[in-house]
Design a protein around this ligand. Structure first.
Ligand SMILES: [Zn+2]
Length: 466
């Protein structure tokens, strides 16, 4: 049966609109979204606060949330991505299926509370600490499916192929033993996850070749071909060009930079998401934009790790699509990610209001907040392979209602609301969140708040940090 919500103000694909009546079908999709209606009809659920489309986080390593704040003490040498990775490896060694579930479930609830309605889980810890497989090889991957379902967030599961420790097919190090698999094993995990999802409209399954340092060319071809045979439009995500050392090593190994190599050796198209394509030449930037793939930007993590700054204005000018991810989850808030994204560009270019105006998939708003939210939601949807990312008929009914009583939204209209959401720095502006037609956050509360969801997370932290 179709039901209706009525929003006084809502951000539609063409921009902010008034008196929007939203029809939601029994399957949890938007049946119709109509602007400038006469008003709510009897039986409509009235949403007095501004309504925006739900946001996708296109890159997540959920367990890393438990490390937030743990790597912020200077070590004996120069601290960089590679020293951070040492801490992450020590953490991985202790991770159990129960802890992975508790951390992910808690994280997903907090993400929902801030306006994320879907997540792409780039999951690479597959084996027991001694390197043997679990009785069900997809055990840890499926714990993330269970966590997402309990939290009520939509999920795209991306089992990661991590085959080598570095360029040149160097064997895995002992502390990478939990990651290792071949393409056939990852494709078997894809099948297992699809069976477990059983046609659930809010679950998608793709693959993630970890990076060009961890996957050789033949394995990459085998993985992509195998996935195509299962689901020809399934998402493919890869880490690429995050670090300048990775770029240098790629050039030494193949003569090509990572993005350059990938675009010339794989059919990169709109199924692909290139995560942290931070270090690109102007030619690579234009070519990636032309490919139709999504650039996966993770501003808080990229800042935390000292990665560098993505050439977003040039990429957008070439029509490039992009979205945001929480990655290591030093932030769980899409507004904060978008603010950091714009601020990084301002600091680098010494100008203001850079992500604004018309681009592919953008309403062409001059308001940075509106543009950031609209483009990131659309790009995130594409990267997750899920029909979402806008308030429009045919998409999943994901929406976020802001608090109509919030002082920092007071006396503001339309673009000024989105700008306040992204740039006021005020926490808790999101009041209600719907995923696939179901309210999962009401008045900032989640069902698990009363069911010990945080207790399980605290227990996992005690075990991991002991
Ligand atoms: Zn990552």
């Amino acid at each position: 049966m179709t039901r209706h919500c009525f929003a006084a103000r809502a951000l539609l694909p063409a921009g902010w609109a008034r008196n929007v009546r939203i029809a939601i079908d029994a399957a949890g999709g938007f049946a119709d979204v109509a602007a400038d209606t006469a008003g709510p009809r009897p039986g409509d659920e009235v949403l007095p606060g501004p309504v925006l489309p739900g946001m996708a986080s296109l890159h997540s390593h959920a367990f890393q949330r438990a490390m937030a704040g743990m790597a912020e003490t200077r070590g004996p040498g120069s601290d960089d991505f590679w020293s951070w990775r040492e801490l992450m490896y020590r953490f991985v060694a202790r991770l159990t299926p129960e802890a992975a579930f508790a951390i992910a479930r808690h994280l997903y609830v907090e993400m929902l509370r801030n306006g994320y309605t879907a997540v792409a889980e780039f999951h690479y810890v597959h084996r027991r600490p001694d390197g043997t497989a679990y009785a069900a090889p997809a055990e840890l991957l499926l714990r993330h499916l269970a966590a997402a379902r309990e939290a009520g967030i939509a999920i795209t599961l991306l089992p990661v192929l991590y085959r080598w420790s570095d360029f040149g097919a160097r064997p895995l190090q002992p502390r990478q033993a939990r990651f290792g698999n071949d393409p056939a094993a990852i494709l078997a995990m894809v099948e297992a996850a699809r069976r477990a999802a059983a046609g659930d409209a809010d679950v998608r399954v793709g693959v993630a070749p970890h990076s060009l340092r961890a996957v050789d060319a033949a394995s990459l071809r085998e993985l992509v071909a195998g996935l195509e045979a299962i689901d020809a439009s399934a998402p493919i995500h890869i880490h690429v060009a995050e670090q300048t050392k990775e770029v240098d090593d790629s050039v030494a190994a193949s003569g090509s930079r990572p993005v350059e190599w990938l675009l010339s050796n794989q059919p990169v198209d709109r199924r692909w998401c290139l995560v942290h394509a931070t270090h690109m030449t102007a030619d690579e930037t234009a070519a990636l934009a032309r490919s139709g793939a999504v650039a996966g930007l993770c501003p808080s993590t990229e800042a935390n790790l000292g990665d560098g700054i993505f050439p977003l204005p040039d990429y957008r000018a070439a029509g490039g699509r992009w979205g945001i991810g929480g990655d290591s989850h030093v932030s769980r808030d899409p507004a904060e990610e978008l603010r950091l994204l714009e601020y990084g560009q301002r600091l680098a270019l010494r100008r203001r209001n850079l992500v604004a105006g018309g681009a592919v998939g953008s309403p062409g708003s001059d308001a940075v907040g509106t543009t950031l939210w609209t483009e990131a939601a659309a790009g995130g949807a594409q990267a997750l392979g899920r029909p979402m990312g806008a308030l429009a008929a045919g998409l999943r009914a994901d929406l976020v209602e802001l608090d109509p009583g919030a002082a920092d939204l007071h006396a503001r209209e339309d673009d000024a609301l989105a700008n306040a959401l992204v740039f006021s720095g005020t926490p808790g502006l999101v009041r209600n969140v719907m995923v696939g037609g179901r309210w999962v956050v009401r008045e900032r509360r989640h069902r698990l708040d009363d069911e010990g969801g945080e207790d399980a997370y605290r227990q996992a932290l005690r075990m991991l940090l002991a």
